[in-house]
Design a protein around this ligand. Structure first.
Ligand SMILES: Cc1ncc(COP(=O)(O)O)c(C=O)c1O
Length: 459
């Protein structure tokens, strides 16, 4: 290979690529970073150039302990050999194949594997490329399902305050985070929201699920009274909300929500983009809580984060309502060019193997109590006003500095990264933790020792 400008022989493309991927870029202006303070980041970048197991490597060569699973994605840890192999082999064998009126074996095999670990009646899978697409897909299926059965008047969608369902127009409409909505116009019509369940006054420092608040599910009856059940298609909630700073369902809340949905013929969708694939000790939160939704939306842990993919799990009843009419008719006018992409399927299959072989869902349960002890031990530190935990999820809520919401947690975040080689995530003044499920007790000790000391010194 020749360098065009100098005429000198250069290293192969692989070396050239490695250099680009592991050194600080010459310019950072063109990349408009998602959900980031672009100017602040570019002034003091936090660049990651490698990853393995529980650790990232930073551009300056430090090993950073990952307490976030990337972004709630890498439940099996980073660069797991089986997954890497599967993706490498797949790209050399079949790089892309369409799934519109065509097919390749992998999405069929993967869907069968997925329904085998899903709640019993969720026997069909629609593939997407992200959590946002999974959510919009599930909402569209809900609307089209009611129409297919002659109840096209059910057009309302109900979300919940503080909910996060990605960034599509459907997702932000049912979502309940003001900053994700207020800049983007009038959104979908006919959407309403349940009240959220975060209640520090009654539930602060709960170990596991909060005891108080099941009655908040009755808020759905209020919306039914207001709009009439015959207009409501579906309710979507995160069984455990992540992006709002981790909001746990009060004991009995989800059960009650299910009962009210059943009573009024309303579909219940669980958005399990963060809880799916072992995060709280079972394949899905639905199983952990013993509450069966009509659809489950997933992404992230499905491929261990390494190739974008989402999946919507759909009940027999919903799916079968579409399988009518002439055989040559397209039953659902929806799909993505990359639905069931070969690389994503290969990654997902190898990910499921890794989860099963290493017993990672069970591991989250085994470590839950140790994790909970570590969370609870933060009580009493300066500015810590709540801790919330379930499975291997943790949230530490800090009191906001007067007039500067989010600033205190952000300082903890940057200190952890730059000085302590620890990656955490913050939303507002909440520190959210979601480590790979392969972590051990020493990692837990280190995460909490570091956090305790950084929180204590961050005024
Ligand atoms: C519950 C939930 N739904 C949807 C999404 C959106 O997923 P994505 O960013 O892959 O579109 C997320 C992302 O964090 C999420 O937590």
């Amino acid at each position: 290979m020749r360098d065009d400008t100098s005429g000198k022989p250069t290293a192969g493309y692989g070396d050239h690529y490695t250099r680009q991927a592991t050194s600080r870029p010459e310019a950072m202006d063109a990349f408009w970073m998602p959900f980031s303070a672009n100017r602040q980041f570019k002034a003091e970048p936090r660049l990651l150039t490698g990853a393995s197991g529980m650790f990232y490597r930073s551009v300056d060569g430090r090993e950073i302990l990952d307490a976030t699973g990337g972004l709630w994605c890498c439940n099996a840890g980073h660069a797991r050999p089986r997954i890497v192999d599967a993706v490498q082999q797949q790209i050399a064998t079949l790089d892309f194949a369409p799934t519109f009126q065509m097919g390749h074996p992998l999405p069929f095999t993967l869907a069968e594997r997925l329904v085998a670990i899903a709640p019993d009646h969720l026997n069909h899978v629609f593939f997407t490329n992200s959590g946002s697409e999974s959510v919009d897909t599930a909402l569209k299926i809900a609307l089209a399902y009611h129409r297919a059965r002659g109840e096209g008047h059910r057009t309302r969608l109900i979300g919940r305050e503080k909910g996060y369902h990605g960034v599509g127009f459907g997702g932000i409409s049912v979502g309940g985070l003001p900053n994700n909505r207020k800049f983007f116009g009038s959104l979908l019509p006919g959407v309403d929201h349940l009240r959220h369940t975060l209640d520090l006054e009654r539930n602060a420092f709960s170990r596991g699920l909060p005891q108080h608040g099941a009655e908040l599910a009755e808020d759905l009856e209020r919306l039914v009274l207001l709009h009439d059940a015959s207009t409501i298609a579906a309710v979507i909630v995160e069984p455990v909300a992540g992006s709002a700073g981790v909001v746990l369902p009060p004991v009995g809340y989800l059960q009650r929500l299910r009962e009210i949905c059943d009573k009024h013929g309303i579909l219940l969708i669980f958005d399990e983009v963060i809880t799916g694939f072992g995060r709280i000790g079972k394949a899905f939160a639905a199983e952990r809580f013993g509450v069966m939704p009509d659809m489950i939306t997933t992404a992230k842990g499905l491929t261990n984060g390494c190739v974008p993919m989402g999946a919507v799990f759909v009940s027999d009843g919903i799916h079968d309502a579409f399988m009518r009419g002439p055989d040559n008719m397209i039953e659902l006018f929806h799909g993505y060019t990359y639905s069931g992409h070969p690389l994503a399927c290969a990654a997902a299959l190898a990910t499921l193997d890794t989860y099963a072989e290493e017993g990672l869902f069970e591991r989250a349960i085994e470590l839950e109590s140790y994790w909970a002890d570590a969370m609870q031990a933060l009580q009493g530190l300066p500015n810590v006003i709540d801790t919330r935990n379930l499975g291997l999820i943790g949230a530490i809520e800090l009191a906001s500095r007067p007039g500067a919401p989010g600033a205190r947690a952000y300082d903890v975040f940057t200190r952890c990264f730059h000085r302590e080689d620890l990656l955490i995530r913050v939303t507002g003044d909440v520190i959210a933790l979601s480590p790979p499920l392969i972590l051990d007790r020493e990692h837990i000790d280190r995460i909490f020792r570091t956090l305790a000391h950084v929180i204590a010194e961050t005024a």
